[in-house]
Design a protein. Structure first.
Length: 116
């Protein structure tokens, strides 16, 4: 892809800001870790490099940092929920109703004691 001289300069100017944000986030993780975890769980303090490694590890394990959060239940056609048919969604709702999801108020039966 062709990038003119101004485009290259824009990328070069953007790199220090990215590095600065990464260092600030790693410093925040380090400060929070060193403030809370040694006191609560008896863990050792960590360095800035270890905090950055912890961020990278969390990215690998949990795949975070994208805008909008996890899209498992997205209604826009993304994720598992968006690929389910209406019958599969209803079957899913019936399976988990009363376990961890109470449903909408209009889904409750009038004589249902959990509707109060």
């Amino acid at each position: 892809m062709y990038m003119n001289r101004h485009g290259r300069w824009r990328v070069i100017r953007f790199i220090p800001f990215v590095v600065l944000i990464m260092v600030l986030v790693a410093a925040l993780v380090m400060q929070l870790w060193n403030w809370l975890l040694p006191e609560l769980f008896g863990l050792h303090s960590i360095s800035l490099a270890q905090a950055f490694g912890l961020l990278v590890l969390s990215k690998i394990l949990f795949g975070g940092w994208r805008a909008g959060g996890h899209r498992w239940f997205s209604h826009g056609g993304h994720g598992v929920w968006g690929r389910m048919t209406d019958e599969e969604r209803e079957k899913f709702r019936e399976k988990f109703r009363g376990r961890c999801w109470h449903g909408d108020e209009h889904d409750q039966k009038p004589n249902d004691p959990s509707a109060t």
